[in-house]
Design a protein around this ligand. Structure first.
Ligand SMILES: Nc1nc2c(ncn2[C@@H]2O[C@H](COP(=O)(O)OP(=O)(O)OP(=O)(O)O)[C@@H](O)[C@H]2O)c(=O)[nH]1
Ligand SMILES: [Mg+2]
Length: 329
């Protein structure tokens, strides 16, 4: 039986063929379906249209997965901590992540080139640190979620464009934009209240980029002094400086690594346990295995003890790199 398709149907079909986007295709297909005469000769066409509509809907849903999440600030922390790169347009955030992590964000010589977050993992010796590249903050425009991501960061790296005419002014502007949002950056070494009313306090450090184009070497000192934050200069052209960045970041996270050993055996150095700086032996044991605390008898320590294998009290403060041997009752 011939299908006898009306001219409107043929027009919709033309639109479908020439459509440039999935939405346009979907519109055209739905119109074709509504214009399709309802008789036996069109059964196969109808089935085919329904299948194409369903496939298109499925594929556009897939694209709206994690990469186009509604709230890009909700990123699960991984590794020793979540570190967010923040800075004015063109300050070198993406180039830095590109150089030191496994991620490949877009780097461009024009401002506002980054629109979404890019997550990279950076290796510091035997730990991984999560580093997130963000779109710029600026007077003109800021993606709404960027400040939320900064509010949740374990450490904020303030990137200052060393090639700017006045890097100090570049730093000041970065900080004042954050302050306007109620975000205040403190040195990781400073004592501070995490969140005061209406304010967010975050640990942060300064990274002055493009040191190969830095106008004067005093800039670093000047920014370090006025900010009171640990500050370093880097250049994507200077491997030696880049290689020091992961240590600088790890230091800012205020974490330590500890390892365990069994009596009479070599220490297990495969993967460290990550603890907050200042953690005691007891807190270390608790984070390794909560249940061990009750049956804990004593601990021997290699590293921060007076001598290797010293038996230490439960309130002994652990140091980065310590190896502990847990003895249970
Ligand atoms: N000479 C030199 N150029 C650099 C350095 N780091 C970045 N650049 C250049 O600076 C420009 C901006 O770098 P991006 O990494 O895209 O800057 P961004 O901060 O991510 O920019 P937005 O995403 O727009 O905020 C690019 O042309 C980079 O190649 C550096 O250390 N030295
Ligand atoms: Mg960028």
């Amino acid at each position: 039986m011939p299908a006898n398709l009306p001219p409107e149907y043929i027009e919709a079909e033309d639109r479908y063929r020439n459509a440039n986007s999935k939405d346009e295709k979907l519109d055209a297909l739905q119109e074709m379906l509504s214009l399709l005469p309802n008789h036996k000769g069109t059964d196969k066409i109808e089935a085919d249209l329904r299948k194409r509509i369903s496939d298109l809907k499925k594929s556009s849903q897939k694209k709206k997965g994690p990469t186009r999440a509604k709230t890009p600030d909700q990123i699960e922390p991984q590794g020793a901590g979540q570190v967010v790169l923040a800075g004015l347009p063109n300050s070198g955030k993406s180039a830095l992540l590109d150089m030191i992590s496994n991620a490949t964000p877009k780097v461009a010589d024009f401002p506002f080139s980054t629109q979404g977050p890019t997550i990279g993992m950076v290796k510091h010796e035997d730990v991984q640190i999560q580093l997130i590249d963000t779109p710029p903050i600026s007077e003109e425009y800021v993606e709404t979620w960027v400040y939320n991501l900064i509010r949740k960061a374990h450490l904020v790296l303030l990137l200052v464009d060393g090639a700017a005419d006045d890097p100090v002014a570049n730093y000041d502007q970065t900080v004042s934009l954050l302050n306007e949002e109620g975000i205040h950056i403190f040195s990781p070494q400073a004592d501070f209240q995490r969140d005061a009313i209406g304010k967010t306090n975050r640990k942060g450090q300064v990274v002055i980029t493009k040191s190969d184009e830095l106008s004067s070497p005093e800039v670093t000192e000047e920014i370090e002094e006025s900010s009171g934050l640990p500050t370093m200069t880097i250049s994507i052209l200077d491997e030696e400086k880049l290689s020091r960045l992961s240590g600088f970041v790890f230091e800012g996270l205020n974490k330590i690594r500890i390892y365990t050993k069994k009596p009479g055996k070599e220490p297990d150095l495969q993967e460290p346990y990550i603890l907050d700086k200042g953690s005691t032996v007891l807190e270390g044991v608790r984070s390794i295995h909560r249940d061990m605390v009750e049956s804990l008898d004593y601990i021997r320590i290699w590293g921060s003890g007076r001598y290797d294998g010293q038996e230490v009290a439960q309130d002994h403060v652990l140091k980065d790199g310590d190896v502990i041997e847990i003895h249970q009752k």
